[in-house]
Design a protein around this ligand. Structure first.
Ligand code: CRA
Length: 791
């Protein structure tokens, strides 16, 4: 390996060892690793082709991958070899591995789920493609300027992305706009704008390198590189206008997944990657099989939320306009290929596009949507409309064009049936199914937590990595003193490492024996970072009032980005930073309470924070968090959860046991009832002197003396429009936190509760989730042998 690295350095990068930078070494190592992936990757592709296996196509606007190098190393089982080789070359292995920039092609849970699914599909040997967009700029970088969030563009592609293979030969022309002509019965779309989608392939090789799938991301290019005529005239701007316009489509990731974005560019992005993907898979099918009517036997297309919901009309368009099928047959055939995952009930996230916009950008698709709507109404008179109030409703479209629709946790699926799709569920009672989210144990335990990984492997061998339910065997160790000590030791070493990092990056010194209480996720009102902060201020007050009490030392850790246009979320960030500044400077609570908010939370930071957490904050208003996946990562790494009965928290609590979970707050149905009570938030504030005091302090500018009015809006909102019931759950949350304090004081007992969490989380492996999709939705399996097929 050492020689291979030197060879790559020299012949692929044109450097000799003396002149190589950390980045050069990292590139050279990555290229050597990539070489090792290629054989299994190509071999897998060939096997799938020979066996004419059913392929799973996972269409997602986002893939939040993070760094790949450590995944590649450990999936290939090369941990020791890679380290030895790099060290033998006199280089710092950790520095090299940590040099890779995060591929941040996603916002949060939805994108990270897609990345975990790719890992599981490959590990399970299910032939699959992930299809998405190769954004030039991923999620913005966050910094804090005087406590307020500032955003700057992310530039992961400013250096070569070593893992990918550009496929200049894989090109599809994607049209926009124009008109539709008719010749007899046959419609033809004449777009007036075209861009080219070019594929970039990243191999995704599963655990132990037995199977490899492809993540194919599309980049938008102009059909003609530039306008020579304008150029020769000296009008250079005009000459490159079409290029600039085309490239805009894959330029940036929209920094929000929970609001519908009514931008033409967003619709174009959605159509761009969906159409390229559908054309791509159709070409593959026609080459391999040639019978268009056999498509559903070979193709399972999963729509990750409604972002690729245009896949339905696009597939129908190709079947009718290009392959000559009748409309009714085309709709049925398309439906048999398509399935849709719903990820949220928040009304502001349900995509709707004005019909006028649709007519301008995708005129033929709008016609087809009208036909789909007409067919649906003819078969089920009075069923919910796809076209409503002048909008195209993408949720209804996705539902009607899918043979299965799934929610992402038991509670969420139940609410999907009862709320957003209640009527469609009545008409199609078997269409909605549940597939509770999962996380890949390769990255979220094996990769990010070597201390705990090694301890578990000592006990169980290493087969748990691809069969996570084996962790249940650790339950027997809960009263084993020496094991519990080793378990505590692993946690402590992670906390020490995190403290060192925080002290370097935030300049705050932490006590590794304090309780590390962590809330990391996008900043959103429903996730209630604000409630966590109010509780922190209340605790600070109480510590100052009663300095002699035996307080459990706490470190409150926050991480997360606010969408740039989400004013309230940005105010919450500002408030957290303001409170942190005052509390961290207070000698009265020194050594007892610390607040840290490291900027630019991303996948890599999560890998650092999660293994070091004692307490996981999963405190959303019940009924609002569809599932959550961070909740699973924490519990797997031995943190206890403080949480509401929301999303997958419910199932986590069922698995780990209610005695190992700090539950508080209103239930989803209580939330609905409470909201109907007039003046509920003022009543809750009235009833809680503790909360009143905190709100008063913030209102008076105790934490922002330079601008005492800064947080008035936020506090005023809690009195009058506390939509997420922060005030109603506050007391119950505060009391539960104090209960956690008491439990934490008995560290042995805490550790055994934490162990019960780790040991009970096997079910939350994304391998289990993917097996569920394969069984209930895709009817796809690991590749069938040619023999089975002919039988
Ligand atoms: N924002 C949900 O809110 C869920 C993930 C993945 C979300 C999370 O609770 O865990 O999806 N929804 O299923 C979403 O993106 C568009 O909706 C999320 O990440």
């Amino acid at each position: 390996m050492k020689n291979d690295i030197l060879k790559r350095l020299r012949y692929s990068l044109g450097k000799d060892a003396g002149a190589a930078s950390v980045q050069d070494w990292r590139m050279a190592l990555s290229l050597v690793l990539r070489d090792q992936l290629v054989d299994v990757w190509l071999d897998s592709a060939r096997r799938a082709e020979v066996n004419a296996s059913k392929r799973v196509y996972y269409l997602s606007m986002e893939f939040l991958i993070g760094r790949l190098i450590e995944d590649m190393i450990s999936n290939l089982g090369l941990d020791a070899a890679a380290r030895d080789a790099v060290e033998a070359l006199g280089q710092d292995y950790d520095m090299i591995v940590h040099d890779e920039p995060d591929a941040a092609l996603g916002n949060g849970g939805l994108g990270r789920l897609a990345a975990c699914f790719m890992d599981s599909l490959a590990t399970l040997g299910i032939p699959a493609f992930g299809y998405g967009i190769r954004y030039e700029h991923g999620l913005f970088e966050q910094s804090f300027v005087d406590g307020a969030q500032a955003e700057s563009p992310e530039t992961w592609l400013s250096q070569r992305h070593v893992w990918e293979f550009e496929r200049p030969e894989v090109q599809h022309r994607i049209g926009f706009g124009g008109h539709v002509s008719r010749d007899g019965g046959r419609a033809t779309w004449h777009p007036d704008n075209m861009v080219v989608a070019t594929g970039y392939d990243t191999p995704v090789v599963g655990w132990q390198g037995e199977w490899g799938n492809t993540l194919r991301l599309w980049s938008a290019k102009p059909v003609n590189p530039f306008d020579l005529e304008s150029f020769n005239r000296g009008d250079y701007l005009a000459a490159s206008r079409s290029e600039a316009l085309a490239r805009t489509i894959s330029r940036v990731l929209y920094p929000d997944d929970t609001t519908e974005n009514g931008k033409e560019l967003r619709l174009k992005q959605e159509y761009f990657f969906t159409a390229a993907s559908i054309m791509d898979l159709m070409c593959r099918h026609m080459e391999e099989d040639g019978d268009i009517r056999a498509l559903p036997e070979h193709v399972a297309i999963q729509l990750n939320d409604t972002h690729p919901a245009i896949a339905g009309p696009e597939l129908v368009r190709l079947l009718v306009d290009d392959h000559g099928l009748a409309m009714a047959e085309a709709i049925t055939l398309a439906r048999r290929c398509l399935a849709y995952t719903n990820h949220t009930l928040l009304p502001e996230a349900l995509e709707r596009w004005p019909e006028g916009l649709f007519a301008r950008v995708l005129p033929r698709h709008l016609e087809i949507i009208r036909e789909i709507e007409a067919a649906q109404q003819a078969e089920f008179p009075g069923s919910p409309h796809i076209l409503e109030h002048g909008d195209v409703c993408m949720g209804e479209l996705a539902f009607v064009m899918a043979h299965k629709v799934n929610g992402v946790s038991a509670l969420h699926t139940d609410l999907v049936k009862k709320t957003v799709f209640a009527e469609l569920h009545r008409i199609h009672p078997t269409r909605i199914v549940n597939q509770t989210n999962g996380i890949t144990p390769r990255r979220w335990l094996h990769g990010c937590n070597p201390a705990l990984r090694d301890l578990i492997t000592q006990q169980l061998g290493d087969t748990w990595v691809s069969d996570l339910e084996q962790l249940a065997a650790l339950k027997a160790k809960r009263s084993d003193t020496s094991f519990i000590q080793a378990f505590q030791q692993a946690k402590r070493s992670n906390k020490v490492a995190l403290s060192n990092w925080i002290s370097e990056t935030c300049g705050v010194a932490l006590d590794p024996d304090a309780m590390f209480d962590v809330q990391i996720k996008r900043i959103h009102e429903y996730k209630r970072q604000l409630m966590n902060l109010l509780e922190t201020v209340a605790l600070w007050n109480e510590m100052r009032d009663d300095p002699d009490r035996d307080w459990t030392p706490r470190v409150k850790i926050f991480g997360g980005k606010a969408a740039p246009g989400y004013v309230l979320a940005k105010q919450i960030i500002h408030l957290i930073n303001d409170v942190a500044r005052v509390v961290n400077a207070d000698p009265a609570t020194k050594g007892r309470l610390r607040i840290v908010f490291p900027p630019n939370y991303n996948v890599t930071m999560a890998e650092r924070l999660i293994p070091a957490a004692d307490l996981s904050e999963q405190i959303s208003t019940a009924g609002k968090e569809a599932s959550g996946t961070g909740n699973m990562k924490f519990a797997l790494n031995g943190a206890l959860t403080i949480g509401t009965l929301d999303g997958a928290n419910v199932e986590i609590r069922d698995h780990v046991g209610s005695e190992n979970f700090f539950l508080f707050g209103l239930t989803a149905s209580e939330v609905v009832d409470r909201r109907h009570q007039h003046g509920f938030s003022r009543a809750a504030i009235e009833a809680s002197p503790r909360l009143q005091r905190v709100l008063g302090q913030i209102f008076e500018g105790r934490f922002s003396p330079e601008d005492p009015h800064r947080h008035h809006g936020l506090i005023g909102m809690l009195y009058d429009h506390d939509h997420f019931l922060v005030t109603c759950d506050f007391d119950s949350y505060y009391d539960t936190q104090r209960r956690a304090d008491v439990v934490f004081q008995n560290s042995r007992n805490w550790a055994s509760m934490a162990l019960m969490n780790t040991a009970s989380m096997g079910w939350f492996s994304s391998d289990r989730t993917i097996q569920g999709y394969a069984r209930d939705i895709w009817q796809a399996d690991a590749p069938r042998s040619a023999l089975e097929r002919s039988a």
